[in-house]
Design a binder for this molecule. Sequence first.
Ligand code: FES
Length: 107
Amino acid sequence: MYKIHIVDTNGDLNTLDFEPNTNQNLMVFITDVLAEDIGDCKGRAWCGTCMVQQLGGGFLTDKIISDEYEILSRFPEMANIRLACQIFLSADLHNTTWKVLDSRQFM
Ligand code: FES
């Protein structure tokens, strides 16, 4: 069983089971399971509302595409941030911990 830990926008830590490689990204998983109001651009790496911060676990080393990099570079003071829509729901996420940030609260 694969588990992921997500701190939601209420500050609650949720430990959730997930099935890797189900053709989902982390943004869709978060909206489906935690009903968070993120993902305005539907995963196009344009809006930044799905911004998350990795707090623990094995850090992902996958490449960041230029659209994601452009949004993340607006927040140089924040460490370990990603767009959840650009993170494939893979086994690499097992036992990682993420905080839902939602970039709208920083703009
Ligand atoms: S859903 Fe818009 S950037 Fe991820």
